[in-house]
Ligand binder design. Structure first.
Ligand code: HEC
Length: 204
Protein backbone atom coordinates (compact mmCIF):
# COMPACT_ATOMS: atom_id res chain seq x y z
CA UNK A 1 0.00 0.00 0.00
CA UNK A 2 2.71 2.46 0.90
CA UNK A 3 4.88 3.32 -2.09
CA UNK A 4 7.49 5.22 -0.05
CA UNK A 5 11.00 3.72 0.00
CA UNK A 6 13.13 3.18 3.11
CA UNK A 7 14.31 6.36 4.75
CA UNK A 8 17.75 6.45 3.13
CA UNK A 9 16.13 6.68 -0.30
CA UNK A 10 13.50 9.26 0.62
CA UNK A 11 15.68 12.01 -0.87
CA UNK A 12 15.66 10.19 -4.19
CA UNK A 13 11.88 9.73 -3.94
CA UNK A 14 11.55 13.51 -3.44
CA UNK A 15 13.82 14.28 -6.40
CA UNK A 16 11.84 11.96 -8.66
CA UNK A 17 8.56 13.52 -7.54
CA UNK A 18 9.75 16.90 -8.78
CA UNK A 19 10.75 15.70 -12.24
CA UNK A 20 8.42 15.67 -15.21
CA UNK A 21 7.06 12.12 -15.42
CA UNK A 22 8.65 11.56 -18.84
CA UNK A 23 12.15 11.99 -17.39
CA UNK A 24 11.71 9.58 -14.50
CA UNK A 25 13.02 6.45 -16.23
CA UNK A 26 16.05 8.27 -17.61
CA UNK A 27 16.98 9.64 -14.24
CA UNK A 28 16.36 6.38 -12.36
CA UNK A 29 18.60 4.45 -14.76
CA UNK A 30 21.05 7.15 -15.81
CA UNK A 31 21.44 9.10 -12.55
CA UNK A 32 23.34 6.45 -10.56
CA UNK A 33 25.43 5.61 -13.65
CA UNK A 34 26.55 9.23 -14.05
CA UNK A 35 27.36 9.51 -10.33
CA UNK A 36 29.35 6.25 -10.26
CA UNK A 37 31.28 7.05 -13.44
CA UNK A 38 31.96 10.55 -12.11
CA UNK A 39 33.38 9.15 -8.88
CA UNK A 40 35.50 6.59 -10.79
CA UNK A 41 37.03 9.21 -13.05
CA UNK A 42 37.38 11.94 -10.42
CA UNK A 43 40.87 10.82 -9.26
CA UNK A 44 42.05 10.88 -12.87
CA UNK A 45 40.74 14.36 -13.56
CA UNK A 46 41.53 16.04 -10.26
CA UNK A 47 44.40 14.44 -8.42
CA UNK A 48 46.48 17.23 -6.98
CA UNK A 49 46.09 20.22 -4.71
CA UNK A 50 45.61 20.91 -1.05
CA UNK A 51 43.74 18.66 1.30
CA UNK A 52 43.09 21.05 4.19
CA UNK A 53 39.41 22.03 4.12
CA UNK A 54 40.33 25.64 4.91
CA UNK A 55 42.17 25.87 1.59
CA UNK A 56 39.43 24.26 -0.45
CA UNK A 57 36.39 26.50 0.02
CA UNK A 58 34.63 25.21 -3.09
CA UNK A 59 34.99 21.58 -2.14
CA UNK A 60 33.72 22.40 1.33
CA UNK A 61 30.77 24.35 -0.08
CA UNK A 62 29.84 21.45 -2.37
CA UNK A 63 29.87 18.97 0.51
CA UNK A 64 27.88 21.21 2.85
CA UNK A 65 25.33 22.04 0.14
CA UNK A 66 24.93 18.38 -0.78
CA UNK A 67 24.37 17.30 2.81
CA UNK A 68 21.89 20.12 3.42
CA UNK A 69 20.01 19.24 0.24
CA UNK A 70 19.88 15.57 1.22
CA UNK A 71 18.47 16.43 4.65
CA UNK A 72 15.82 18.77 3.22
CA UNK A 73 14.86 16.30 0.50
CA UNK A 74 14.60 13.47 3.05
CA UNK A 75 12.21 15.51 5.19
CA UNK A 76 10.20 16.44 2.09
CA UNK A 77 10.15 12.82 0.95
CA UNK A 78 8.90 11.69 4.35
CA UNK A 79 6.02 14.15 4.22
CA UNK A 80 5.22 13.34 0.56
CA UNK A 81 2.87 16.32 0.17
CA UNK A 82 2.28 15.28 -3.44
CA UNK A 83 0.29 12.18 -2.60
CA UNK A 84 -3.18 12.01 -1.09
CA UNK A 85 -3.27 11.15 2.58
CA UNK A 86 -5.46 8.06 2.81
CA UNK A 87 -4.69 7.63 6.49
CA UNK A 88 -6.79 10.61 7.44
CA UNK A 89 -9.53 9.81 9.92
CA UNK A 90 -13.11 10.19 8.74
CA UNK A 91 -14.25 11.41 12.13
CA UNK A 92 -12.52 14.66 12.80
CA UNK A 93 -13.51 16.25 16.06
CA UNK A 94 -10.90 18.89 15.40
CA UNK A 95 -12.84 20.34 12.50
CA UNK A 96 -15.17 22.85 14.00
CA UNK A 97 -18.57 22.61 12.42
CA UNK A 98 -21.79 24.06 13.56
CA UNK A 99 -25.39 23.47 14.44
CA UNK A 100 -26.23 24.59 10.89
CA UNK A 101 -27.49 21.36 9.32
CA UNK A 102 -26.32 22.16 5.77
CA UNK A 103 -22.79 22.93 6.92
CA UNK A 104 -22.65 19.79 9.00
CA UNK A 105 -23.92 17.62 6.18
CA UNK A 106 -21.44 19.29 3.87
CA UNK A 107 -18.61 18.38 6.22
CA UNK A 108 -19.76 14.77 5.92
CA UNK A 109 -19.72 15.01 2.14
CA UNK A 110 -16.22 16.44 2.35
CA UNK A 111 -15.19 13.16 3.96
CA UNK A 112 -17.38 10.74 2.02
CA UNK A 113 -16.29 12.11 -1.37
CA UNK A 114 -12.65 11.94 -0.34
CA UNK A 115 -11.94 15.66 -0.63
CA UNK A 116 -10.10 15.43 2.68
CA UNK A 117 -7.53 13.02 1.25
CA UNK A 118 -6.12 15.89 -0.78
CA UNK A 119 -7.26 18.97 1.12
CA UNK A 120 -6.50 20.02 4.64
CA UNK A 121 -9.18 21.70 6.71
CA UNK A 122 -8.25 22.94 10.18
CA UNK A 123 -5.18 20.76 10.39
CA UNK A 124 -6.71 17.50 9.12
CA UNK A 125 -6.27 16.03 5.69
CA UNK A 126 -3.82 15.64 2.84
CA UNK A 127 -1.62 18.25 1.24
CA UNK A 128 -2.04 17.27 -2.38
CA UNK A 129 -4.27 20.28 -3.04
CA UNK A 130 -4.52 23.69 -1.39
CA UNK A 131 -5.52 24.04 2.25
CA UNK A 132 -9.24 24.83 2.38
CA UNK A 133 -9.48 26.06 5.98
CA UNK A 134 -10.11 29.61 4.70
CA UNK A 135 -11.50 28.87 1.27
CA UNK A 136 -14.70 30.79 2.04
CA UNK A 137 -12.66 34.00 2.07
CA UNK A 138 -11.13 33.21 -1.31
CA UNK A 139 -13.82 31.72 -3.52
CA UNK A 140 -17.49 32.47 -4.13
CA UNK A 141 -20.19 29.80 -4.20
CA UNK A 142 -20.17 29.80 -7.99
CA UNK A 143 -16.41 29.42 -8.13
CA UNK A 144 -16.62 26.50 -5.70
CA UNK A 145 -19.32 24.77 -7.74
CA UNK A 146 -17.34 25.22 -10.94
CA UNK A 147 -14.20 23.87 -9.29
CA UNK A 148 -15.90 20.82 -7.79
CA UNK A 149 -17.73 19.91 -10.99
CA UNK A 150 -14.76 20.41 -13.27
CA UNK A 151 -11.84 19.49 -11.05
CA UNK A 152 -8.60 20.98 -12.19
CA UNK A 153 -4.95 20.36 -12.55
CA UNK A 154 -4.48 17.16 -10.49
CA UNK A 155 -7.97 17.31 -9.05
CA UNK A 156 -10.65 14.92 -10.34
CA UNK A 157 -13.91 16.34 -11.69
CA UNK A 158 -16.88 15.47 -9.50
CA UNK A 159 -19.71 16.35 -11.90
CA UNK A 160 -21.85 13.22 -12.26
CA UNK A 161 -20.39 11.71 -9.10
CA UNK A 162 -22.03 14.09 -6.68
CA UNK A 163 -25.75 14.68 -6.26
CA UNK A 164 -27.29 18.11 -6.30
CA UNK A 165 -27.98 17.96 -2.56
CA UNK A 166 -24.47 16.81 -1.76
CA UNK A 167 -23.03 19.64 -3.81
CA UNK A 168 -25.26 22.21 -2.11
CA UNK A 169 -24.28 21.13 1.40
CA UNK A 170 -20.63 20.75 0.43
CA UNK A 171 -20.58 24.32 -0.86
CA UNK A 172 -22.30 25.48 2.34
CA UNK A 173 -19.55 23.79 4.34
CA UNK A 174 -16.77 25.27 2.21
CA UNK A 175 -18.14 28.82 2.24
CA UNK A 176 -18.32 28.53 6.02
CA UNK A 177 -14.55 27.96 6.16
CA UNK A 178 -13.66 31.57 6.85
CA UNK A 179 -11.38 33.36 9.23
CA UNK A 180 -14.29 35.10 10.91
CA UNK A 181 -16.51 32.05 11.22
CA UNK A 182 -17.48 31.61 14.87
CA UNK A 183 -15.92 28.49 16.31
CA UNK A 184 -19.04 26.46 16.77
CA UNK A 185 -19.64 24.19 19.65
CA UNK A 186 -22.52 22.02 20.60
CA UNK A 187 -24.48 23.23 23.63
CA UNK A 188 -22.34 21.15 26.00
CA UNK A 189 -19.18 22.78 24.67
CA UNK A 190 -17.72 19.95 22.62
CA UNK A 191 -17.08 20.21 18.92
CA UNK A 192 -19.88 18.50 17.10
CA UNK A 193 -18.73 15.09 15.96
CA UNK A 194 -18.84 13.96 12.40
CA UNK A 195 -19.67 10.44 11.44
CA UNK A 196 -19.36 8.36 8.31
CA UNK A 197 -16.55 6.79 6.39
CA UNK A 198 -14.58 8.29 3.58
CA UNK A 199 -14.12 6.42 0.35
CA UNK A 200 -11.19 7.07 -1.96
CA UNK A 201 -11.89 9.12 -5.06
CA UNK A 202 -11.83 7.19 -8.33
CA UNK A 203 -8.37 6.97 -9.79
CA UNK A 204 -8.06 8.36 -13.25
C1 HEC B 1 -6.76 13.76 -5.84
C2 HEC B 1 -6.68 14.92 -5.03
C3 HEC B 1 -7.90 15.82 -4.88
C4 HEC B 1 -9.18 15.49 -4.50
C5 HEC B 1 -9.73 14.11 -4.18
C6 HEC B 1 -9.90 16.73 -4.43
N1 HEC B 1 -9.10 17.78 -4.78
FE1 HEC B 1 -9.62 19.74 -4.80
N2 HEC B 1 -7.80 20.23 -5.55
C7 HEC B 1 -6.77 19.34 -5.76
C8 HEC B 1 -5.66 20.05 -6.36
C9 HEC B 1 -4.32 19.44 -6.74
C10 HEC B 1 -6.06 21.40 -6.51
C11 HEC B 1 -5.28 22.54 -7.14
C12 HEC B 1 -5.67 22.48 -8.60
C13 HEC B 1 -5.10 23.54 -9.47
O1 HEC B 1 -4.05 24.09 -9.14
O2 HEC B 1 -5.71 23.82 -10.52
C14 HEC B 1 -7.42 21.48 -5.97
C15 HEC B 1 -8.17 22.66 -5.89
C16 HEC B 1 -9.38 22.77 -5.23
C17 HEC B 1 -10.07 24.01 -4.95
C18 HEC B 1 -9.59 25.40 -5.30
C19 HEC B 1 -8.82 25.91 -4.10
C20 HEC B 1 -8.29 27.31 -4.26
O3 HEC B 1 -7.84 27.84 -3.25
O4 HEC B 1 -8.32 27.83 -5.38
C21 HEC B 1 -11.22 23.69 -4.29
C22 HEC B 1 -12.27 24.64 -3.75
C23 HEC B 1 -11.25 22.25 -4.16
N3 HEC B 1 -10.11 21.72 -4.74
C24 HEC B 1 -12.27 21.54 -3.55
C25 HEC B 1 -12.36 20.16 -3.53
C26 HEC B 1 -13.53 19.43 -3.09
C27 HEC B 1 -14.77 20.06 -2.50
C28 HEC B 1 -13.25 18.10 -3.25
C29 HEC B 1 -14.16 16.91 -2.97
C30 HEC B 1 -15.43 16.91 -3.66
C31 HEC B 1 -11.90 18.01 -3.79
N4 HEC B 1 -11.41 19.28 -3.96
C32 HEC B 1 -11.24 16.81 -4.06
C33 HEC B 1 -6.76 17.99 -5.47
C34 HEC B 1 -7.86 17.27 -5.08
Amino acid sequence: MNPAPDWYFLFYFAILSMLPASMETWVILGGPLVVILGLLFLPLISNKGDRAPSRRPWALAVVVTTITALIILTIYGAKAPWSPNFAVQPIADSIPVTADAAVRDGAQVFFSKGCIYCHEVNGDGGQRGPNLSRVGDRLSEDQLIIRINNGGHNMPAFAGRITHDELTTLVAFLTSRRADYPSPRSPDGANLPLTGTASPPDRR
